[in-house]
Write a protein that binds this ligand. Structure first.
Ligand SMILES: C[S@@+](CC[C@H](N)C(=O)[O-])C[C@H]1O[C@@H](n2cnc3c(N)ncnc32)[C@H](O)[C@@H]1O
Length: 286
């Protein structure tokens, strides 16, 4: 901010121009698949302005040039953190968890541990929900969740696993008592217990790049991220997810992410749930 003679303040950053928007749009698309359509100029400007100003740049053009010139990739990561939408909540789209418990878990056979991948886990609410649902459904099995996201900031939050009380409203008193420790008196937040946290490993995965896992998963949750991708990118991401899914394995996507226009090799099970065809390992019950 620059102080004016009358004591008011003006923003020293020049407004985002069409060419600057186009440069940032292309960079975001290339690096993490984000499809910023025309009309998102204000959103881009609002989400990046703090970084532009904080870096001492006077224009989005200078800011853009600095990202491209930064060989460490740090400024690109900061841009991705700022542009990505991290909205999530405990038990989001609850029928997925009901279906998981009632229909998927009984088919998992005797496998132990049960391993699930939460791709694009954001700040972790989906991860802890999965862990709690599976612990409740399979009290005598080991539950392992692989949690990933492109955003280091979101991953850091998820790993600390401390949630202000207003973000815990979806959780029952029984789950709060069993799986969380209150912070403050009266509680201002809750942290997932060390036992719950020990069931989860976090890593950064960019779904539009290639990545590997040591073995395929019987269950993958990849919800509410493909909504930000165009059809071509969605197809690439689904193909990648399929490679990491066991035959017979389930893919859960967000309810807003219908795959009807996307070509893929999965069987439709019910809204926002798909299954990989092919010969299942003997350990699947059904
Ligand atoms: C809206 S949140 C979804 C969180 C959770 N899955 C849910 O449904 O509540 C979308 C997440 O996708 C992540 N994301 C965006 N682009 C990505 C990419 N190319 N690879 C991996 N994660 C990405 C964002 O950082 C963000 O945390």
């Amino acid at each position: 901010m620059t102080r004016q003679a009358n004591g008011g303040e003006i923003d020293a950053v020049r407004a985002l121009g069409p060419q600057e928007f186009e440069q940032i749009r292309q960079l975001a698309y290339r690096t993490f698949g984000l499809d910023l359509k025309t009309g998102k100029e204000e959103l881009v400007s609002a989400r990046l302005r703090k970084l532009v100003r904080g870096g001492g740049f006077h224009s989005f053009q200078d800011y853009y040039k600095s990202i491209v010139a930064d060989r460490t990739g740090v400024s690109l990561l900061a841009m991705i953190d700022a542009l990505a939408t991290n909205h999530t909540s405990f038990l989001r789209e609850p029928d997925h968890f009901q279906f998981l418990r009632d229909q998927v878990v009984p088919g998992l056979g005797t496998r132990d541990p049960i391993e699930v991948w939460s791709a694009a886990c954001s700040t972790g609410e989906e991860v802890w929900t999965l862990a709690m649902v599976l612990n409740e459904a399979l009290p005598n099995r080991r539950v392992r969740i692989a949690a990933s996201d492109i955003s280091n900031k979101a991953l850091g939050f998820a790993q600390r696993a401390v949630y202000p009380t207003e973000r815990c409203h979806g959780l029952s008193a029984a789950w709060l008592a069993r799986y969380f420790a209150a912070e403050g008196r009266p509680p201002v937040g809750y942290q997932a217990t060390a036992a719950l946290r020990a069931q989860v490993t976090f890593r950064r995965v960019n779904l539009v790049e290639s990545y590997s896992w040591p073995h395929p998963f019987p269950i993958i949750f990849c919800r509410n991220v493909m909504i930000y991708f165009d059809r071509q990118t969605q197809e690439r991401v689904i193909a990648g997810l399929c490679q990491h899914l066991e035959p017979g394995g389930y893919l859960f996507v967000g309810h807003a992410e219908s795959l009807t226009r996307v070509s893929h090799s999965l069987e439709y099970v019910r809204p926002a749930v798909y299954r990989k065809p092919g010969k299942k390992e003997a350990r699947w019950n059904k």
